[in-house]
Design a binder for this molecule. Structure first.
Ligand SMILES: CC(C)(COP(=O)(O)OP(=O)(O)OC[C@H]1O[C@@H](n2cnc3c(N)ncnc32)[C@H](O)[C@@H]1OP(=O)(O)O)[C@@H](O)C(=O)NCCC(=O)NCCS
Length: 414
């Protein structure tokens, strides 16, 4: 077997990286990819490549983001552009590179968790990533989005509608942050992410429209970002009003923005992607008019990278009763997590320390623990399927540690 060298990308190798990305994923041209690359990351820090005979055969990019989980912002490695040249597929190169990326994220980048949007689920699940967010796609005629009469109204509120522009990052970011930071799975978006993906200012796609909702006190308290695709009266079957994001800090804002949406009566279809953290079916007057889909393959995967760091940073709300347990964790791909840990609440924070040799009162693999950590599965469900074994007291302790206020969601593909 030939020797595989795994190392960071060098600054003069960006062309080689973007060419393989373009070959694997098409989309943005190599030139656009090079420009984006330099704006977003540092090659020597954020890209690992596997080389055989001096040629790149596999690669991974690691965006450094923050992700909120239950009110805490975790430094996160967002994996993207994972690709192996097709002539060297299924030789374990991506697997080896991703293992290396786990160590790199922990040791060099100081990251505690990782997220990604997979095309090939088994590749990542085999290494400990678990299903994270639970996105739901609601679609239907505009009338299906008419708001529930139970939503309170602010008669003094108003909507401002216009095309999104670059200065809107400053306007929208605080509203988004106030909405996202107490939830789970939402990305703390860097500036480039707002510009390229949220506002779409650098893409040759239809522009994003923005509807801003101001309350009677003229405070901005909600917004809707959306795209008009095709022509409403044309014969294009895929003509639709597609909502990128509906953010609302007050119930009155939901009412106003849904009323606004439902006024687009010439459009055959409105599509709204949302998480289960927002009770969309309770927001509308008649949920039976909605077509509801759960596009599982578009959901993000989540993994704990550094168990000790991640658990110690967990939300600092004191548990209602004493919480202490000995947890055995199986993590073959990240051996620094593997083993037995004593976990408990100490005065004002969670502690997590090695307890080798102690008999565990709970046992779990890293993928299940990752799913528990981000809230995509709960302790009882994990025990029901045999993925978590725990005594009753240990299960209570894990519930105190891991229960999230909201189910996780992110609409931020990267
Ligand atoms: C997906 C991709 C990166 C895999 O690279 P690779 O080096 O061939 O992967 P590995 O050999 O390390 O595969 C490890 C395991 O992942 C899974 N896997 C890899 N490719 C798979 C595929 N096409 N379908 C299903 N499972 C796959 C298998 O479980 C595999 O183990 P096995 O070969 O023992 O069954 C590569 O096929 C590629 O570049 N595809 C196009 C771009 C892409 O889809 N990237 C992923 C973006 S999230």
């Amino acid at each position: 077997m030939r020797e595989l060298e795994i190392r960071p990308l060098q600054a003069d190798e960006i062309d080689r990286f973007v060419n393989l990305s373009y070959y694997a994923f098409s989309g943005r041209t190599p030139d656009e990819r090079s420009t984006d690359f330099i704006r977003r990351i540092t090659p020597e820090r954020n890209v690992l490549v596997a080389l055989e005979d001096g040629e790149i055969v596999s690669q991974v990019m690691i965006y450094e983001f923050g992700v909120w989980i239950d009110g805490v912002r975790y430094p996160t490695g967002g994996l993207a552009n994972v690709a192996t040249v097709p002539e060297k597929a299924r030789r374990g190169y991506a697997h080896r590179l991703l293992r290396e990326a786990l160590a790199w994220m922990r040791n060099e980048l100081g990251l505690s968790v990782s997220t990604l949007y997979p095309t090939v689920y088994p590749l990542y699940h085999g290494l400990g990533w678990a299903p994270g967010g639970d996105a739901v796609r609601y679609s239907g005629p505009p009338a299906a989005f008419h708001p529930s009469a139970l939503l309170p109204d602010d008669h003094g509120g108003r909507i401002e509608r216009r095309l999104a522009r670059v200065e809107d990052v400053e306007l929208l970011e605080p509203i988004y942050r106030a909405f996202a930071r107490s939830r789970s799975g939402y990305l703390d978006r860097p500036r480039w992410y707002w510009e390229d993906n949220v506002l779409r200012l650098r893409r040759s796609t239809p522009p994003r429209w923005l509807a801003l909702w101001y309350d009677a006190e003229t405070q901005l308290a909600g917004y809707l970002l959306y795209t008009l695709n095709g022509r409403p009266l044309g014969d294009t079957p895929d003509a639709e009003l597609s909502v990128y994001e509906l953010i609302s800090l007050q119930p009155e804002s939901y009412r106003a923005l849904l009323t606004f949406l439902s006024a687009h009566h010439l459009w055959r279809r409105i599509v709204l992607d949302s998480g289960r953290d927002v009770p969309v079916q309770s927001l509308v007057q008649n949920p039976h008019l909605l077509d509801v889909q759960v596009p599982v393959s578009g959901h993000f995967l989540f993994r704990i990278v550094d168990l000790e760091k991640a658990l110690c940073s967990r939300s600092s709300v004191p548990p209602s009763q004493a919480a202490s347990l000995t947890l055995q964790v199986r993590d073959e791909a990240a051996p620094w997590n593997n083993g037995t840990w004593r976990i408990g609440w100490d005065a004002d924070r969670w502690i997590c320390e090695r307890a080798e040799g102690r008999a565990p009162d709970a046992s779990v693999d890293i993928a299940t623990l990752s799913a528990l950590f981000c809230g995509s599965i709960d302790v009882r469900q994990a025990m029901n399927i045999g993925a978590l074994r725990a005594t009753a007291d240990a299960a209570d302790g894990l519930r105190a540690l891991l229960t999230t206020a909201y189910p996780p969601y992110s609409r931020d593909h990267f």
